[in-house]
Design a protein around this ligand. Structure first.
Ligand SMILES: [Zn+2]
Length: 458
């Protein structure tokens, strides 16, 4: 009887084995994405070790060697390498953490992973478990095919991107530098395809990003009673410094990738905007245009200048007490063509006479990835072939990803995802009901693999 049971079991395993073997890479990827969404890696706290276990199981069953490291308890990272020729290695970089979800605003469990009306739903479907699984599918297909590679290809899944990457890529660069050895190119999140109402497809490739420079303004002055104000106080000094910033927006300046990006955007624009976007260097000399851009397109305004958002303020804890100390925090983002030290110095000169001092909370270094590379050409030619009439657009992100860490290492890093989003489609990234169209996702699994094959196989 026992023997009989075992036979049934092995028979089922055999059937299951042949069934799963006959799955297409796209079927497999859909299943993985559903499974991965169901793994809670909400950051904080992260618990990325769960995603590490998920990937480790897959690598084990495929016979792929891998390594893992925890930067702190539960903050797991995993990487694996397929060896190839001497060309600079290609890293496929993903983060496994996701941002929190406010369940009461969702129409489905944020960790559902279920498919509804053709969409795979759940936190991370787009940012970025979807692309993470797309990268995995490509990595495994190269391993399974046994194809001869012209370079190493490195799968790297990391913790903590959503909180700055300090327990992920930043930590790995400092503690596991061998992962990045010999790597020259990298694909990460930050790009994507979109189809407009006319049916034109554009793939944005993120080549650089605004550089965050987070600052605290501090003021110290004589404290006292609210009933008898002096000519200055810690609070008036902060107000004065902020007022200078408010009334003197940083002058517009155009960096190469922004000029290129705006010029590409101009093709789809009407008479009102098109000519200015086509020649943005001239347009920024017209103050009426600059004003109009700022009031109606804040995202694009922030691509033509350094900006500082005033986000935190603190003075007295009591209404009738003039405090000895007051502070304000600024989320500044600078164009990636000058060091943050220079920007801070300029800011210091502007507010010098207020007596306010500047403390740096966080500042990254600027870097731009060049586009005259085999990888960029491959993205252009393969997407063109797979989506005739489509265009590729180098883009500049106003936010930041982990790519700034790898650009600092001299690795050409692109934000690239061939996933096409339809005009007006709900994505829910960092919002409610995050979702990805199943058909678009399946297509992206195939297209990403085609781009990577073009680069790693001669
Ligand atoms: Zn992300």
């Amino acid at each position: 009887m026992k023997h009989y049971k075992t036979s049934i079991a092995s028979f089922i395993i055999m059937i299951w084995g042949s069934f799963s073997y006959s799955q297409t890479p796209e079927d497999e990827a859909v299943k993985w994405l559903q499974d991965l969404i169901r793994i809670d890696t909400i950051n904080p706290p992260g618990n990325e070790f769960r995603a590490v276990n998920f990937y480790a199981d897959i690598f084990e069953s495929e016979g792929i060697e891998y390594e893992t490291a925890e930067s702190a308890e539960g903050r797991g990272n995993i990487w694996a390498r397929l060896e190839g020729g001497n060309e600079p290695g290609l890293i496929l970089l993903q983060h496994t953490d996701v941002v929190p979800a406010e369940e009461e605003f969702w129409t489905i469990d944020p960790l559902s992973g279920d498919i509804r009306d053709g969409y795979i739903l759940g936190r991370g479907a787009r940012d970025m478990k979807g692309l993470g699984v797309i990268q995995l599918a490509t990595f495994l297909s190269l391993h399974r095919s046994g194809a001869e590679l012209n370079r190493d290809i490195i799968f790297l899944a990391t913790a903590d991107e959503e909180a700055g990457g300090f327990y992920g890529v930043d930590w790995l660069i400092k503690n596991r530098p061998e992962i990045f050895e010999g790597a020259g190119i990298l694909l990460n999140e930050g790009g994507g395809g979109s189809r407009n109402e006319e049916g034109d497809v554009v793939f944005g490739i993120e080549v650089t990003q605004k550089v965050p420079v987070w600052l605290r303004l501090n003021a110290i002055d004589t404290p006292g009673h609210g009933s008898s104000p002096r000519t200055t106080s810690s609070v008036t000094r902060i107000v004065q410094a902020l007022n200078i910033l408010l009334e003197n927006p940083f002058p517009p300046r155009i960096i190469g990738p922004v000029a290129e990006y705006f010029s590409e955007l101009s093709f789809d624009m009407d008479e009102e905007w098109g000519p200015s976007y086509a020649d943005i260097n001239t347009a920024i000399r017209d103050s009426a245009f600059v004003q109009k851009l700022h009031s109606s397109r804040p995202g694009h305004n922030s691509l033509i200048r350094d900006t500082c958002s005033m986000t935190r303020l603190s003075g007295s804890t009591k209404i009738n007490v003039i405090p000895p100390q007051a502070w304000a925090e600024l989320d500044c983002r600078i164009l990636p063509d000058k060091p943050s030290e220079q920007f801070i110095e300029e800011l210091e000169n502007m507010i010098d006479h207020t007596g306010v001092t500047i403390e740096t909370i966080m500042a990254f270094t600027p870097a731009i990835s060049e586009t005259n590379t085999r990888l960029f050409t491959a993205i252009e030619s393969v997407t063109q072939e797979l989506h005739p009439g489509s265009r590729v657009l180098p883009s500049v992100s106003t936010g930041f990803t982990d790519s700034h860490f790898t650009r600092d290492l001299g690795i050409v890093s692109y934000g690239f995802n061939p996933l096409i989003t339809e005009s007006g489609e709900h994505t829910g990234v960092h919002g409610n009901d995050e979702q990805v169209g199943e058909a678009a996702f399946r297509r992206a699994v195939n297209d990403f693999s085609a781009v990577v094959r073009n680069v790693v196989i001669d």
